[in-house]
Design a protein around this ligand. Structure first.
Ligand code: HEM
Length: 423
């Protein structure tokens, strides 16, 4: 462990014989100490992760209310995902809303069963064609314009139309839903993750839930086959969900499913630009699109961290965390741990990606992963079929999501030029 020799930050010093704080560590030049709330220095956090693997697999960050412990090593993250009784998801008590990632079993399982029923292969198949058609239409538009901004022009419209179709929300409400969803995510981050919030997020969350309640009533009356209809029946016919649980669960699925996928889709364009040979390879061997997406989820996944709280004292990488420690499992860092993945900072679609944590692991692992994979594979295939090269616009560098204080990381703006494939 390398410890900084000077205290220049104005932040507190760790007590003798305790684990040093992040701001006391000797981070290399150009790398800000790791923080709980991102100030813009953690938009692309992979250099931090590399340093953590070599120097500090457990990082303790100070906040005015509590310490937050970050775990970067693959084995530690795996152990924590696999031991939900010790690494509880109930970081806020009482649980403030029906968000699965904030709830432990057995309650968690009741909600998970409801959602998992809507993710059968048959149910997903119903979306395949619509996703392909949308991806093709959006990409054609970008190609005709010679390129554009991937997040706004491609990734948001594709992920929003998909998640809205899943829940059966009218197309004309997309914009309002996106606003409410971002605000509700902010409210959730404020309650659960030391995030600053927007000032209007609590009110927006309540507006969102009121809207969803109305929508569930309509879907119930119509007998909709969508996930929204299914949730409405679990509430009204089966009594498995209360009204409050039903509308909050709907909002959670919406939030969990669109921003995450948006970023992964944008990262697919980015990796196509960094590895120009791959588009040709996938064009000739379409089955390689799945390898590309799996490596993408390992190498530049969207969700960087999962929040937990310890229910007893536990030791990780030789560091003892007290009972009640607020912990972030850095799943994206674990995906770059050289102890698990050889040459982890190389994007290699031929590697064995088994065991990566791009979609989490254990009882809370992502239920929507098959849908996210379907969207990203369909988009990669469209790119390979129609585009000869993706080039990043050097005049307009990538702008990163400032959401690192919450969970997600990746491009918020990604400007590209697209050259159409001929023949
Ligand atoms: C690229 C896209 C996605 C990524 C990277 C992703 C990642 C994750 C991760 C890492 C978790 C685990 C969180 C934890 O352990 O605390 C998770 C949970 C979850 N995800 Fe996803 N997700 C994606 C897309 C989706 C989609 C499309 C949906 C739904 C339509 C979805 C629904 C969920 C749900 C419901 C959970 C909670 C599972 C539970 O707590 O039992 N996700 N996701």
């Amino acid at each position: 462990m390398s410890i900084a020799t000077q205290e220049t930050t104005g932040l507190p010093t760790s007590e003798p014989n305790t684990h040093p704080y992040s701001h006391e560590l000797a981070w290399p030049e150009g790398l800000e100490p790791w923080k709980v709330v991102d100030d813009g220095s953690q938009g692309d956090p992979y250099e931090h992760y590399t340093w953590m693997h070599r120097n500090a697999p457990v990082v303790r960050a100070w906040t005015p209310t509590n310490d937050v412990w970050f775990l970067a090593a693959y084995d530690d993250v795996k152990m924590a995902f696999r031991k939900p009784k010790i690494f509880s998801s109930e970081v806020v008590k009482p649980v403030p809303m029906t968000f699965l990632t904030l709830i432990d079993d057995p309650e968690h399982n009741r909600f998970r069963q409801v959602i998992a029923k809507a993710f059968t292969p048959k149910a997903l198949q119903a979306f395949a064609q619509r996703i392909e058609e949308n991806a093709e239409m959006l990409l054609d538009r970008m190609i005709a314009a010679g390129g554009g901004e991937v997040v706004e022009d491609f990734a948001i419209p594709l992920s929003m139309t998909t998640i809205s179709a899943l829940l059966d929300v009218p197309a004309e409400d997309h914009e309002k839903m996106k606003f409410w969803s971002d605000e509700t995510f902010s409210y959730f981050g404020r309650l659960a993750r030391n995030a600053p919030g927007t000032g209007t997020d609590e009110q927006s969350a309540h507006d969102f839930w009121a809207y969803l309640k109305e929508r569930l009533e309509v879907l119930y009356a119509e007998g909709s086959e969508s996930m929204g209809g299914h949730i409405a029946r679990m509430w009204k016919d089966e009594g498995i969900l209360s009204e409050q649980e039903a509308k909050e669960l709907c909002s959670f699925v919406f939030i969990a499913g669109h921003d995450t996928t948006t970023i992964l889709l944008a990262n697919a364009f980015r990796m196509a630009s960094e590895h120009p040979e791959l588009l040709g390879r996938i064009h000739d061997n379409e089955e390689d699109a799945e390898r590309f997406v799996e490596e993408l989820a390992r190498y530049r996944g969207t969700v960087q961290r999962a929040s937990r709280i310890t229910t007893e004292e536990v030791t990780v990488s030789g560091v003892t965390l007290p009972k009640g420690a607020v912990v972030r499992l850095l799943n994206a860092a674990a995906n770059r741990d050289p102890q698990k993945f050889e040459d982890p900072d190389t994007f290699d679609i031929d590697r064995k990606t088994d065991g990566h944590f791009g979609f989490g692991a254990g009882v809370h692992s992502c239920v929507g992963a098959p849908l996210a994979r379907m969207e990203t594979v369909a988009s990669t295939l469209q790119l390979a079929r129609k585009v000869a090269s993706v080039t990043l616009d050097t005049d307009r560098p990538i702008e990163y999501v400032r959401g690192n204080n919450l969970t997600n990381s990746g491009p918020e703006k990604l400007y590209v030029r697209l050259e159409a494939r001929r023949g």
